[in-house]
Structures are given as structure tokens and as C-alpha cells.
Design a protein around this ligand. Sequence first.
Ligand SMILES: *Cc1c(COP(=O)(O)O)cnc(C)c1O
Length: 383
Amino acid sequence: MSEPSKIWLSSPHMGGGELDFIHEAFEANWIAPLGPNVNGFESDIKSYLKTDKQVAALSSGTAAIHLALVQLGVTHGDEVICQSFTFCGSINPIIYQGAKPILVDSEPESWNICPQALDEAIEDRIKLGKKPKAIIVVHLYGMPYQVEAVQDIAQKYNIPIIEDAAEALGSTYKNQACGTFGEFGALSFNGNKIITTSGGGALVCNSNDAKSKTVFYATQARDNAPHYEHTHIGFNYRMSNIVAGIGRGQMKVLDKHIGLRRKMHLFYKDIFKGVDAIEVFEEKADAVFSNHWLSAINVKAEANFTREDLRLFLLEDNIESRPLWKPMHMQPVFKDLPFYGGQTAEDLFERGLCLPSGSNLTEEEKNRISTKINEFLKQYGLI
Ligand SMILES: *Cc1c(COP(=O)(O)O)cnc(C)c1O
């Protein structure tokens, strides 16, 4: 018997209109890291976010966070606070700047930065002689962090927030779009994100000036001169006009895709209904709206199985699932960094699993997933 086809955790889902924008770019010979698609994509994002802020399209979400740090003046020897429970793209740019990440634990409700641990971390770093230059906080899996609590702390110490909304395009807190709360907001259009340009990102900026600076740094910091003149070090981080064409097509289906991702969440809620050993990750306050980029579960401590048992069982049928993010303070490369908090992020990693969540899963694939999970639950006497 041949192996069943692979069911991916999250795969690209084209809407159909993307190629039209790419054809236009070819016809006009706009094959460059600027052009009508770049401008169009930026204004599409801006209106989608319903914001007065400005949007700069870049080559990746990591580049967006990097340019935020550059503009906040983060440099050698500085310290920057970052949520530990995240993807390395949130934190690596701190190292690119020669600065030191200070890692902070999560809280169990949103799985994002714990305000109390954040406050303690800032207090302690100041006591040790250095006030952190920025706070990087993440809306993981599309779930908004405790926006107001984090903002209060940032204001109390007067430290700017870089909001990592790479996974949260379309999520809102009190009807305001994620990505618009910080001094800067980073978005990602990598291949596995809720919409993709194959690879890409954007930085949401507080002013026209901040956007101009972002574009300046993203295009090798070229000063205004007929020749190439440089007074700053820049980067090659601007988005290509071809890639932006994919983005313009994807913006047309974003809301539809969010609806489908949220349906996947309900699909898992239904499968695990009445299974006490499993918590399906969900919105816990009215103020919060998640795009449910990835559906995730948490296997409770008292369960008679582990998340690895379930992951390997699904893999037998070629169904991909993945442990939650391994916290940065547990990563070999970051193990010596300061960490503030307790066990929450570590527990989430030990017990949590992301399940196939794509907006393009077919009914047949969903049947395969539910059949396999039900088989697992029966095997462990849970249904
Ligand atoms: C994807 C992601 C990034 C980085 O985005 P890229 O476009 O892949 O560079 C940063 N932070 C988080 C939380 C992400 O999921």
C-alpha cells in the first residue's frame, strides 16, 4: 500500500488573483524591489489594519524586527527584553545588533509574555545598572497578548514596545488590529503564515518619518546624492515587486482564510469535546479575537499519554503536527541568557502540540485527521 499523502500543519493557500498582479509587473517591467505592487500591498495592509500608521513592505518579518531595533537605537552592549516562548525570528535581530536579549516567561491565559515577570525583569535589570532599550512581545499563534497590562508596564518605565505580530495578521484586541499597538509592529508573510508572499514581511511604523527611515535602512541607506553616498549602514531588506504582487492577491482572501482557520479551531474543539485530559487553546476574554493561525492543544499533566504519543500516532498516517515553540531560554544557543519567570513556557513546550490548521484542508483530509485522533482517544480509553 502506498503511503497516504501528507497533511501539512499549515501550507500556502493561493486565492487565484495573485498571478494577475505578477503579470502586470512583468508587462510593466517592474522587476525590482520597488514598484506599484509594493505600494499597493502597503496600502492594502494599512487599510486592512484600519490605522493611521504607515506600513513598509520588507523581505521578512525578521528584517522588520531588525529595522525596528535599529531605529530605536539598539546597539552593542544594550539589553532588550523578549518573550522567551516564541520563534527565533523574534530574538535573533537583537543579537544582530550586538545587544543582549533578556528573556521573560509566559502567562497561562494567552501563552504570551507574563506582565508580572516582565515588571520584575525590568526592575531587576535597572537595579543591575541597565535599563532595557525595548520590549519585544509576541501574539503567538494569533492570540493577542495582554495588551493593556503590557502597555502599562512599558509606560511606567518609558520603554518602547516592538510588537511581533508575525502570526497575528487579522487578530484584534478590543477591535484594534494586532500590529498597531507598539512603537513598531512586525508582520510576516512567510510560507506558513496566514497569508504568504512566499517570503516577506512588513513593519508598521508610527509616522511618515519612521516609514521613510525604514525604507532608507532597507535599501542600503543610500543618501540623497547622484552617486552612491553613505552616512549610515543599511541592509538589503526591501520587498520585491513580484513578491508584493502575491501579497496583493492574498489580501483579497485574507478574511476568508481567517474564517477557515477559525473553523479549524472549532473542528478541534468538537473532536476534543468532553476529553478532560486536553485543553484546546482558545480565546479567554471578550476583548480578544484570534485569527487562530495555528490550532494548538495542551495535554494536561494528569493525562495518561504525552503530546509525543499523539504526535507520533498522527505521523503514522502522514499527518504533521508539531510541539509548541521551544522557549528561547531552553535553546542551546541562548542557554546562558538571563531569564525571568517560572515554568509556564517550559510546561507549554513539554505538553503542547500544534495540529494541522491550514485554510485549504479538504473534507477528506479533515476526515482523516478526526478518524486518526478518535482512534488515539479510544486507545487511551478517553472516549
Ligand atoms: C514567522 C515569525 C517571525 C519571522 O518572520 P519571517 O518572515 O519568517 O522572518 C518572527 N516571529 C514570529 C513569532 C514568527 O512566527
